[in-house]
Design a protein around this ligand. Structure first.
Ligand SMILES: [Zn+2]
Length: 415
């Protein structure tokens, strides 16, 4: 891969940083990768750091060497050997070390420090926790359109942006809104180039590097950026963002910190629930493609609602606009390995607080207790899905047969 033609421009109050990408796996084609920042970046320099972070892991997956046709941070470049070794050891079957080259390296770009610290802020529990914990130090809240909020999901983006803007005003911080097409170019479920990845490449491999690429785009104004953690220290695993790898994306001007590993999800939610503003703007949904801020039915929504109920604050949370249905919880699929311990924590907290209804719903969902209701509902759901599939199949056969007959009749008439 060659990353070249790195350039900046200002338009309509936006600062754009862009580059041309040519991949060995898409011969004859080139693509523009870009970041658009909502603030002026007068000292933004033409360096390759953000694009190296954005595309390195995809290149490792596709097995192509990477050349940056611009200066790259000497500190970052040196750390990429360890970075690559970590990912190659985590995913030995599909990722291998590649050669990275650049026209030259650069050292410190700024003559002085700015004393500004940014915090990635999606409005979820992890980001609210990291922000509240470090609120004296954090000066900027960074929100991104195009990563977990997919490009084009304007309903959720507008509402999230308004919520973060409110938080920024309330706490006297600056909001930096970023638009980027990095996710679109690097996701591997339906890749623009290269191989397909069976699984969630963004979550498992690349979301930390994508966040780091945005942070590096802001290194002319920020000294430090916090990436809120997903897991506690005891449960760290191969994952796109991790304290051991996030720190390696740093440059001479920018420190990147993975923040919040010391607290469980329950402890984070307890801290967040103490803020009325956080309660009213909390956004945790992983199922927002239909435009819901929080759908109130996906695993993340339900898990957060259960926790807030245990803390007695669910009724005050305006961001969940549908009631918690414990019968629905009983019939949910058993949680994935990533969220199993989180549900065990909720069960334990329900036991401690004496909330028998939540305790029972969790026990049934986790398979600790049997429930006729769960068996009947899940059997009914299976029958419903089977019938719907058969009806669709019948309709497809009938429509197909009709189309063939019409086609044959038309052909006969022409004869
Ligand atoms: Zn949801």
């Amino acid at each position: 891969m060659i990353i070249s033609d790195i350039r900046t421009r200002q338009f309509e109050g936006v600062t754009e940083l862009a580059a041309r990408i040519v991949s060995d796996t898409a011969p004859g084609q080139s693509f523009d990768a870009w970041f658009r920042f909502s603030i002026p970046l007068p000292e933004l320099q033409i360096v390759g750091d953000p694009f190296l972070a954005a595309f390195l892991l995809g290149c490792m997956y596709d097995g192509e060497d990477l050349h940056v046709n611009s200066p790259v941070s000497a500190k970052m470049l040196e750390a990429m050997d360890e970075q690559q070794s970590t990912f190659a050891s985590w995913y030995p079957d599909c990722m291998k070390k590649i050669a990275i080259t650049s026209t030259e390296t650069h050292g410190q770009l700024r003559s002085s420090r700015t004393s500004r610290t940014g915090c990635f802020f999606s409005g979820g529990v992890d980001s609210w926790y990291s922000f509240l914990k470090n609120q004296d130090e954090v000066t900027d809240l960074i929100i991104i359109n195009g990563f977990d909020i997919r490009a084009g999901n304007d309903t959720v983006w507008d509402r999230t942006r308004n919520a973060v803007e409110t938080a920024a005003v309330e706490y006297d911080k600056q909001m930096i809104a970023v638009n980027s097409n990095i996710y679109t170019l690097t996701e591997k479920a339906c890749p623009v180039w290269g191989r397909r990845f069976s699984g969630n490449f963004y979550a498992s491999v690349s979301h930390g590097s994508a966040l780091a690429s945005v942070a590096l785009g802001l290194q002319s104004v920020l000294d430090k950026v916090l990436i809120p953690s997903s897991f506690i220290t005891a449960e760290l695993r191969p994952w796109g963002s991790n304290p051991h790898i996030d720190i390696l994306w740093a440059s001479e001007d920018l420190t990147i910190i993975h923040d919040g590993c010391e607290s469980t999800r329950l402890e984070k939610t307890r801290r967040v629930a103490a803020s009325d503003l956080a309660l009213c703007t909390l956004r945790v949904c992983s199922n927002n493609g239909r435009g819901d801020y929080n759908c109130c039915t996906c695993e993340k929504c339900v898990r957060t609602m259960l926790t807030l109920r245990l803390f007695g604050t669910l009724h005050r949370s305006k961001s969940f606009d549908r009631p918690l249905n414990l019968r629905y919880v009983m019939c949910m699929n058993q949680p994935s390995s990533e969220s199993l311990s989180l549900h065990r924590d909720i069960l334990e907290a329900a036991r401690t607080s004496g909330d028998i209804e939540v305790m029972y719903a969790e026990q049934v969902m986790l398979g600790d207790k049997r429930s006729v209701y769960r068996v009947m509902r899940r059997a009914g759901r299976s029958v419903y899905r089977f019938c719907r599939r058969m009806i669709h199949k019948r309709i497809r056969i009938a429509v197909g047969g009709m189309a063939v007959r019409v086609w044959e009749a038309l052909n006969k008439r022409q004869d």
